[in-house]
Design a binder for this molecule. Sequence first.
Ligand SMILES: Cc1cc2nc3c(=O)[nH]c(=O)nc-3n(C[C@H](O)[C@H](O)[C@H](O)COP(=O)(O)OP(=O)(O)OC[C@H]3O[C@@H](n4cnc5c(N)ncnc54)[C@H](O)[C@@H]3O)c2cc1C
Ligand code: SF4
Ligand code: SF4
Ligand code: SF4
Length: 926
Amino acid sequence: MLTNNTEALILAEKIGKEAALSCLQGMYDYGTSPMKVLDMIKEKPNCKVIVGALNNSDTDGMLNILAKTNPAGLAAGLSVLAKASGAEEALLELRNTDNEAELLASAKTAGVKLRVEVGELVDVRAHKEHIIFNLETLAGIADKITGTAPGIIIAVDEDVPKEVKFGTKLVDFLDTAKVKSVMINHHFYRLDVLNNGIIKENSYGSGVIHIIYENDCIVEKTKKELENLRKQSCGKCTFCREGLYQLDVIFDDMIKGRSEKEDLAMVEELTSAMKFSCNCSLGKCSGEPAASAITEFKLEVEQHIKKRGCPAGQCLAFTNIYVDPRKCKGCGKCLEVCPEDCIEAKKGYISMIDEFDCTKCGICIDECPNNAIVKVNGKTPKLPTKLTRVKGSKNITEEDTEKKKRHNLKRHRTKLVIPLKKDNNKASEKISEIKKSKEGTIMKKMETDIIIAAGGPAGLAAAITAGENNLKSILFEKSSTTGGAANMGMGPLGIDTKIQKDNFNNISVAEALDMHMKYTHYRVDEDLVQTYFNKSAETIEWLQDMGVEFAGAFRYFKESAATWHIVKPENGVIGPRAASGMAKIMTERAKELGTKILLETPVVSLIKENGRICGVKAQDSEGNIIEVRAKAVIVATGGFGNNKNMIKSEFGLTIGEDYFPFMVPGITGDGLKMMWEAGAMKYGENIEAIYQLPDNLNWFLLDAVLRQPNLLINQLGDRFMNEGDMGNTTFTGNAIAMQPGNYAYCIMDEGILKHYKKNGPDIFDIVHPADAFLAVDGEIAKAVEQGYESYFEARTVEELAKKLNIDAEKLQDTIDEYNEACETGVDTKFHKKQAYLHPITGKGKYLVGKFYLGAYGTIGGVRINKYCEVLDESFNPIEGLYSAGTDANTIYGDSYNFTLPGNSMGFAINSGRMAGESAAEYIEEV
Ligand SMILES: Cc1cc2nc3c(=O)[nH]c(=O)nc-3n(C[C@H](O)[C@H](O)[C@H](O)COP(=O)(O)OP(=O)(O)OC[C@H]3O[C@@H](n4cnc5c(N)ncnc54)[C@H](O)[C@@H]3O)c2cc1C
Ligand code: SF4
Ligand code: SF4
Ligand code: SF4
């Protein structure tokens, strides 16, 4: 096969169709898809061009050597195939045209018209009508017509390719000493399989056998292979492009100790989908490294996930370098060689390595004359946390025991001191009251089919639905623009949408419903939830049809589902306010369908006659009262997030003191008050809790940076939760609300900040992205200059304690105890992940954010059924009255379900549609 088969040229030129077909009898095409050559010909009876090329999966390209060593064989193979299939010409797609002249001359002798082209990947779409054969198949055909025994070309890694006869044992030509696995055609095989393995036809793909040695890490090798494949993929097929991306991320997480056990199921799902849905051989086998790694080397992969360790000792995330305090003589030599400047050393003191900055290059290990610098695969022993004098033979265990004794003796009961704020005027809201009497002189009377109170996403969705049902509607909006709170948000929830499916992050309604009902302990109306969830995918398409574009379906934080359909922002940057573009499109669509939108005209009361809601009174910007009659009224005024008095009376919270929500202007509970007055059941009011720095929009970067999962303590100086859960803003908001004063201090230091800037933060989300770390310095300086009261800096624990008004000894104790957990890597209290345990040493200075309970706004107030009819105290619908969006959002129970992000806007839009549809049906009946 590797030598030029000139004899075959003459025979091929003379061969007739029948003889050609009989020669191909029983032959397979080499490579990844072992099809019978004759079947391939039968599949395309009108084929005009025979193509000879490498499989796209042959990323090594080794078989291209045939064009150089055996041009005659390739030409003869093409000639036989052309005769057997009736094709008029042949094409060779090669990685280079180094031997083009000889190839063309051989083809002429073999009697076939040939073109030669250069390309890495064969465009299978462009060759839909043609038959593509592997170069090795062509050479094999040439061997067959000259009566040479069939063989296969094999190379081990970069070695010179050899021809091997079928039936040869792998061990006969592979030195298996210290070999753990071999990778053939992107698939890892275990050695015990290989020892029995023989060379068979079609099983060697590219022909290159890659060796994986005992001390290689299979996870790292998989990641490298996936990276290579990503570079090769042309990206035209979603499954190849996105699947490889997701696999790459999962294996990167494994290497870095960030993966979860659910990732394995995801790998299985992705790889089996890729096998069937990709267009060419590259895509079809690009999931192989990942799939075979988890089947053949399950234990090794699982150890990366469950034990956070790398058995081969290769993954740096699990490797640690430390100075053994018993051996260090304090000579300071290591300090001079560290390229990262991350060794703290002083003559006569035990050196310390800053684990954050250490790149584990190992240079210091070679430099230390006392072999005091140690590399371990796993945890380090307990080490000093500050520079300690070299003390002869005193060992670390004794030091620790002493330290422990000190801690056990102390127990502090501190007096709680919550500084009360005197200045309440800071709250940014200006509560706009409806000044004139609801019963003022009626200046204008109007009539329509449906009245919609408010133009947030719920009201707009209801208005469009009214128009779609050929009903007239008037929408009253209190502010000067439509969109409500959605103008500040990013996008709605969608479940089982096409966008999710296209991106492999699909979640079914059944899964989402199960998650949601378990989350809420079934204390919500499942019928209402399922109606909304089932509608949500179609709603996303409904929005797309009117021109809303989505950037994709996203998670809020790692553990949440990708249900958040973020609107493609006008400026292209995904972030807050992206959904304002959607509100604009919805407004235009409502107008187009005939909705009359009256801005700056709040509804002030509902008109109820004979037990039925039949209209509203509204007040225009001049203060005139308009009376409008209609067959149905839909109320969606967004709750009472900006009504200080209601917040106090309903929840006992004081805005600007112990509660810092977003204050959306005009959201003052108007609709709820009107509906309660009309007999609606008062039900399910709550806040959509989060946590944030006060005046968050002005201190956005600081908020994003200081909310990392470091040491979170309350005013008593105690930790109170697993900081690793801080990515879930609702859980953290709830936990903070359990603390005295509804606030908590999150403490880090400049060393940790430097680490985040260099390596990326521990947790981040779309609202608080990693970029914030690069730009935060200016905001920190501004906070210091302006004396921003929720940011603190200190050089010592004493200074910090004073600033935070916490007992200094208690604070020191908490920090010591926390640092001990960081040293051992085990947080025995809250079981925070080891990866988030960074000792608080005060390096540079301590940096602290005072985070408060916050909220997007309120939720709930009236009870609706799945038709969005408003129920009275006896659970009976109030005729003609519907509610949607925040006013009627009682689907969370006691906490916002952030594991399904986009839920609030999702509920608003879907319930707006549901209300519109029910009202239309009701109008048709009456
Ligand atoms: C900063 C921020 C970001 C958010 N991001 C997201 C997100 O990305 N995804 C998500 O799912 N949710 C998000 N939310 C929540 C989401 O925006 C709301 O759940 C959603 O806007 C509620 O829609 P709604 O129509 O019920 O009410 P709103 O959007 O609150 O609209 C209510 C409207 O009623 C008007 N109004 C009030 N009183 C009267 C009256 N008497 N007469 C007439 N009009 C009146 C108001 O002016 C307002 O326009 C976010 C909220 C905030 C504050
Ligand atoms: S499977 Fe991958 S490489 Fe092949 S055509 Fe599709 S995207 Fe391109
Ligand atoms: S670790 Fe080694 S090189 Fe560094 S100070 Fe100690 S003894 Fe010297
Ligand atoms: S391993 Fe490299 S980076 Fe780490 S302390 Fe030693 S010399 Fe510095």
